[in-house]
Ligand binder design. Structure first.
Ligand SMILES: [Zn+2]
Length: 264
């Protein structure tokens, strides 16, 4: 397309997108709220063993100043009771509980492989009241991380096309008695709707609006994330992301979503 033609063409696309958004939030539609994720993380997948995490919210003791007081569920003597203070435990951190709508669902777990690499994974499922999924970039910065770059990584999956995940490289400095210690990590994520997947926040926003209008479907979007540490240089950590996602991916989807993505 010639350059002179491209500009009005783009303007039309932008206008159409805006119209869809305007309609999406003003038209009364009968909505169906079916998630695409199963909201469970397996205890074991090939090469990785996991434990769900539980969080104490006690503002005076364990979670004072929003400290992240987490426990491995399988190490708790009494399920869902804090071993430090005796309070009931939650599936999400105190700040998440306070900032997100009550019908937001969480499942979080830590996985270790046989060489001791540890990954933290979480699924956050938006409720029906309002969409509670934020851009992860904002949350990571809010937690004191520096964002060192981001890109899309393709994870090859048997029996279907590769899954695109978004990877953010982060770093931060911890002050310890020995001085400042740099800490490098990665944050890989993708979004799952009722029957859609995308690694892009804007893509998710578009489908959210589009499906409301065209299909009368209000996705309860889920947000799946995998976090771990990395070296200052290089991309060795990608091997862990790919290996772990390949193993855990089939477990986190609903039967309908699994059927759909594997028959495309
Ligand atoms: Zn406690």
């Amino acid at each position: 397309m010639e350059k002179s033609l491209l500009k009005p063409f783009l303007s039309i696309i932008v206008l159409m997108t805006l119209s869809v958004f305007a309609l999406a939030f003003t038209v009364g539609v009968e909505l169906s709220f079916v998630p695409g994720v199963a909201m469970e993380l397996p205890e074991q997948v090939e090469g990785w063993s996991g434990s769900e995490l539980r969080f104490c919210h006690n503002p005076e003791v364990c979670a004072r100043d929003y400290k992240d007081a987490s426990y491995y569920a399988d190490e708790l003597e009494i399920p869902d009771i804090c071993p430090e203070c005796g309070d009931g435990l939650f599936n999400m951190a105190r700040a998440e509980k306070e900032q997100l709508p009550d019908d937001t669902e969480f499942v979080k777990a830590a996985y270790t492989n046989d060489v001791g690499t540890r990954l933290f994974t979480s699924i956050v499922l938006s409720g029906t009241a309002r969409d509670s999924i934020h851009r992860p970039q904002r949350c990571l910065k809010g937690q004191g991380n520096t964002l060192d770059g981001e890109y899309t990584l393709k994870v090859p999956l048997e029996g279907r096309e590769p899954l695109s995940v978004r990877v953010i490289k982060t770093s931060r400095t911890y002050r310890t008695v020995e001085g400042s210690v740099p800490y490098y990590s990665f944050y890989a994520y993708w979004f799952v709707g009722q029957d859609r997947e995308t690694p892009y926040h804007l893509g998710r926003m578009f489908w959210l609006a589009w499906d409301r209008i065209v299909r009368s479907t209000a996705h309860r979007w889920a947000y799946i994330a995998v976090q771990g540490t990395r070296e200052a240089e290089g991309v060795d950590y990608e091997k862990d992301i790919i290996n772990f996602v390949q193993k855990v991916y089939p477990y986190v989807l609903t039967e309908e979503m699994r059927e759909k993505v594997y028959t495309q």
